[in-house]
Design a protein around this ligand. Structure first.
Ligand SMILES: C[S@@+](CC[C@H](N)C(=O)[O-])C[C@H]1O[C@@H](n2cnc3c(N)ncnc32)[C@H](O)[C@@H]1O
Length: 423
């Protein structure tokens, strides 16, 4: 039997969409069968469907009286994403959707509905989408309320707007001086903070310097917190919650003696692979940060705590589609406990950097302030505008980036970082 072009990728996309929407799992393209190109296409289509889900539901709401459940609903969603946002030829998008619908429980019975809805969406979907408030519609209520409460209506809208576009590929170099020639070689941009940014699609592992380990993928915002550790060269530094090792590699490349600790065995394997590829060294510890004790205190500690990951929605839209919203309390509690542990492991005069890839103040600004209240022996060392662009430093001297920052350069992830010293 000859394979129908595009069918395998759509089948994979549906598996991914179903995993996220129906089972609350993460987008994981390794769950897709097929070659790398099929997996990448499936991932791209699933990503688009999840990113634009609010608009898609609103469009379908105009043409479907009673939305079917499960697989059939996801076929309609994927088809609409293709027709309205991906520019897929209507006959191809509808034909593939009908074929895929047949694989579900409702089998062929749903084919008529898909055909009829597909025709109408192809005809009217584009015009409907143009009149929609895409930023608001594609942001679930729980996230919209949180963003509005923390940043105000206009900024919440700007952030949500930035979430509509997938993040570019950002690279951090082991030798920062080589960034400019690399950017020139691969036709990328050199950002003011030293990150090399490649727009559009790219197979990262095929780029020059990957095999040699000259660089690693890391968002421009994620590259900033490790740089707040003052003079890392030769220092004993604990990277707490380290895997897969982006910040460990930065510190090791800067000459630090790094201990990288993370609880996840799977993620620590990736950290080990990253260190091998880049030829960098760190002591690896797989342990629960709350149960572990070091033999001796550290000169500096970087705590990149687990969080809502609301700062990385441009890169990973799936957590936004979590059913039931977000229960922030267990996360902020864990972050506070980790901070309290880290505070005990620092030499006097040492530096502690706390960071999260969160857009929520509860996991950033509020957490840092509460830490200082609990620990009078600690004081903030304000982040200087000579260290990071001034727009990323807030009124208390912490680092705060948002996806709507750097609009002309393609934005960056949402990150918070505060730097403390033990007096
Ligand atoms: C934001 S990620 C770290 C990213 C990493 N710092 C980097 O730059 O590549 C948070 C990490 O916290 C780890 N983690 C969560 N709970 C932990 C715990 N109790 N002890 C140690 N690590 C934990 C997770 O496994 C995850 O790898």
């Amino acid at each position: 039997m000859t394979a129908i072009p595009g069918l395998a990728a759509r089948d994979g996309a549906l598996r991914l969409i179903g995993a996220v929407l129906d089972r609350g799992a993460m987008l994981d393209e390794s769950a897709v069968r097929g070659d790398a190109a099929t997996r990448a296409e499936a991932r791209g289509l699933a990503d688009l469907t999840l990113r634009r889900l609010g608009q898609i539901e609103a469009i379908l709401g105009q043409f479907v009286e009673r939305m079917p459940a499960g697989h059939a609903a996801n076929v309609l969603r994927l088809m609409t994403a293709e027709l309205v946002f991906a520019g897929t030829a209507p006959h191809a998008a509808v034909d593939l959707a009908v074929r895929l619908a047949k694989r579900g429980k409702s089998g062929g019975r749903i084919g008529g509905l898909i055909n009829a809805v597909g025709r109408r969406v192809a005809e009217k979907g584009g015009a409907i989408a143009e009149g929609q408030d895409a930023a608001r519609l594609n942001t679930p209520d729980w996230l919209w309320s949180a963003l509005r409460a923390d940043w105000g209506e206009a900024a919440a809208h700007a952030i949500a707007e930035a979430h509509l576009t997938p993040a570019p590929h950002d690279l951090t170099l082991a030798a920062p001086g080589d960034a400019e020639p690399l950017a020139r070689e691969i036709g990328a941009r050199l950002l003011p903070t030293g990150t090399v940014r490649l727009d559009g699609r790219a197979q990262i592992s095929a780029l020059p310097g990957y095999e040699a380990g000259a660089w690693w993928a890391q968002d421009a915002a994620a590259a900033l917190p490790a740089r707040l550790i003052l003079e890392p060269d030769g220092k004993r530094i604990l990277d707490l919650c380290a895997a897969p090792g982006g910040k460990t590699m930065q510190l090791a490349a800067a000459g630090a003696q790094v201990t990288a600790l993370d609880r996840s065995e799977r993620r620590m394997k990736r950290l080990a692979q990253n260190l091998t590829r880049t030829g960098l060294t760190a002591e690896s510890v797989t342990a629960d940060a709350l149960a572990w004790e070091p033999d001796a205190p550290f000169d500096a500690i970087l705590l990149d705590a687990p969080c809502s990951a609301t700062g990385t929605i441009r890169r990973h839209p799936d957590p936004m589609r979590r059913r039931g919203g977000l229960d922030i309390a267990p996360l902020t509690e864990l972050q506070a406990r980790m901070l309290d542990h880290a505070a005990k492991w620092l030499v006097p005069g040492g530096v502690l950097v706390f960071c999260t890839c969160s857009l929520l103040r509860a996991e950033g600004e509020d957490q840092a302030n509460a830490f200082l209240e609990r620990h009078p022996a600690f004081a903030r060392i304000a982040v200087g505008v000579d260290e990071v662009p001034g727009a990323f430093v807030n009124s208390t001297g912490d680092l705060r980036t948002r996806p709507d920052h750097w609009p002309d350069l393609g934005g960056l992830d949402g990150f918070f970082a505060a730097r403390f010293t033990r007096q």
